[in-house]
Design a binder for this molecule. Sequence first.
Ligand SMILES: *[C@@H]1O[C@H](CO)[C@@H](O)[C@H](O)[C@H]1NC(C)=O
Ligand SMILES: *[C@@H]1O[C@H](CO)[C@@H](O)[C@H](O)[C@H]1NC(C)=O
Ligand SMILES: *[C@@H]1O[C@H](CO)[C@@H](O)[C@H](O)[C@H]1NC(C)=O
Ligand SMILES: *[C@@H]1O[C@H](CO)[C@@H](O)[C@H](O)[C@H]1NC(C)=O
Ligand SMILES: *[C@@H]1O[C@H](CO)[C@@H](O)[C@H](O)[C@H]1NC(C)=O
Length: 282
Amino acid sequence: MLLKLPLLGMAAALAALAQAKSGKTSCPPPPQHNTTCFNPAPAPQLNGTTQLNNIGMVLFRAFELIDVYGVLDPFQQLAHTNNKLNLYLIAETLEPVTTETVAAVMNPANSTFWPKLTPTHTFADDLDLDILFVPGGLGTMNPNVTAVTDYLRKMYPKVKIFATVCTGAGLAAKAGLLEGKVATTNKSAWQRTKAMGKANWISPARYVVDGKVWSSSGVTAALDLTFALIGTYWGVEAAADIAKGLEHIPAKPLEDPFSKLYNITPTEPLCHFAKDVKWPQL
Ligand SMILES: *[C@@H]1O[C@H](CO)[C@@H](O)[C@H](O)[C@H]1NC(C)=O
Ligand SMILES: *[C@@H]1O[C@H](CO)[C@@H](O)[C@H](O)[C@H]1NC(C)=O
Ligand SMILES: *[C@@H]1O[C@H](CO)[C@@H](O)[C@H](O)[C@H]1NC(C)=O
Ligand SMILES: *[C@@H]1O[C@H](CO)[C@@H](O)[C@H](O)[C@H]1NC(C)=O
Ligand SMILES: *[C@@H]1O[C@H](CO)[C@@H](O)[C@H](O)[C@H]1NC(C)=O
């Protein structure tokens, strides 16, 4: 504002001078535009019931539990209505994947609090997936995530929807898949995740969509991303029924108090955020 006022004052003075010289009336002021904004591609048009049946979730050591289950629980409910859905839990090997961090320094009390999830498939399997989810977690900081990033690069062109949760966006960026795309991620790990690779990182944002690439903010934003996906591709009614059943009120795309909490300077905004799903009143 402080910078703009003298400039506008000078412009007005010049306009008045020009008007006085030419004797013409001045033009109406030009409309105020935002400096710039990102203009993401629209989400692909798909019918979930018929076109999005095979759903994959990538697993790696020290994944974040809610990033995975926040997606799987609503989809499990959807699968138990009249939608045929197949789940693929995919990891480097078929060994159960633990949430345990590699570095002992991250477990100072020597706790044994590490659930495991058993994969159904490996990265070597040639799967025909419609949606691929990439969770986040402390495992994204593992210095060697080559197995995961190679898999993401292999699958990206084949899937209809490529969705990241939390710091999972860092893995996709590291794989080089987000360059030129808008994406968001864990706001409490913002700088570290941004450093993993190129993307047009957006904050504030609970989740953003750029064509087939959907990405959410941290951890519990998995739920909001998932309800937006279900609302978009299976219908708002189906999504709202599941949200009510799980007693969750999905956040809107821009509802992101954590950007402020973690002192993130707002990035250039999106020209348009994903269409708000109109959640029915409870
Ligand atoms: C400028 O961006 C802000 C924040 O995204 C938005 O609320 C506002 O409507 C935009 N203004 C114009 C003229 O596009
Ligand atoms: C999607 O396909 C199903 C099954 O053919 C059909 O019942 C439903 O109306 C379709 N949904 C949309 C939004 O077209
Ligand atoms: C941590 O606990 C395990 C048993 O769960 C034990 O074998 C190990 O010695 C402990 N390590 C330390 C550093 O206390
Ligand atoms: C998000 O970032 C915070 C701070 O680094 C971290 O504690 C948390 O585990 C991160 N969550 C995920 C899923 O990476
Ligand atoms: C990194 O991980 C891949 C896949 O697990 C493995 O083949 C490779 O040897 C590892 N590289 C290093 C430097 O440890």
